[in-house]
Design a protein around this ligand. Sequence first.
Ligand SMILES: [Mg+2]
Length: 398
Amino acid sequence: MRMVKLTCFALNIPFMEAFTHSTKSRAYSDSIVVKLESEDGCTGFGEGVPRPYVTGESVETCLEALSGRFWQQLQGKEWPTWSEDPGLLDRLADLLDGPADPAWNAGEPATRGRKGDEPVRAWNAARCALELALLDGLLRKAGKSAGDLLPPLRKSVPYSGVIAASSAEKAGKTARHLGAFGIRTLKIKTGGREEAEVVAAVRLAAGPDASLRIDANGAYSPEEAATRLAKLALYGIACAEQPIARGEPGVLAELRKASPIPLMADESLVTLADGKALVAAEACDFFNLRLSKCGGFGPCLALANLARSAGVRMQLGCQVGETGILSAAGRHLAAHLDELVWVEGSFGTLLLREDVTRAKVQFGHGGMAPVLRGPGLGVEVDEELLRRYAVAIVEREF
Ligand SMILES: [Mg+2]
């Protein structure tokens, strides 16, 4: 069964309301959805969310990589067949990662996007989109669910609410709305000048028992970070995600010693090599795994194994603007990794004007969402909606 066609949809789905954090305000989803077809009619969908400040990929360079280097690598290859063999994800890795290509992995000039862009650290959004599409197609063909590959260890998954960087008044209001929806676990985007007021307003609105954590998206300088964290610690903060920008793990390790709040690596953790360096430096208490950031199920499971063996706890995060495809994949991974301390994502039409999956994948009251059991990733994609919201469609046929 050979792969014969690749279609990439670069989306622009407006948000219900713009979402802001310390480095970016975003008003629409710019996910890339990949559709793969085999010669005998096997079809799968996957999704990646390129972010220049996370992996170095942009929508433009990611489309080029998918329809160029990645498609060349997949061309004419056999679609792996289903087996209960846990090495299935490794076999997909053989297809996707191919022979070691240092120029593609080391951020050398050949891997740069446009002039002035960050070098590409890893083509993880592209890899994630392809891995999920391959897996979705292969599982459907075999009449299996992603849950057959990643057996769920719980019946439902609890999601956190996330509060964008904004004014104290607005943050308090959002916290009250989320509280009325039964959500008692919240992450607050910080980094602005009024962050202490914002966190105070959320604590007041959410009450003393709510679990609060913060994410500065690297906004603090190493010199000021400990002082800012000490100030926010007064409000009872369970974890501080990426307080300083990605850099030497030793700098994060120094901050960890001085911080009254446990630290989580997010933008610092893109590849397995990043994870190993963070562990070696004892730089963080938590890893934030994200499917698109880390390259799909295979790399996320490798990072989870590393975290487990090093005593680092884990969160499964998301990219803002994920559609139901990545939300479904995240649900399977979260149900499988029951040791995750927090899970984020599955915002669906709470954030997007319209989602591209037929059934809603978003969480319900209390942030709870059931394990998905349908074939493949467990969601049906509405291709008409993909075409309606696509700003670019790139096709390659063998
Ligand atoms: Mg983060």
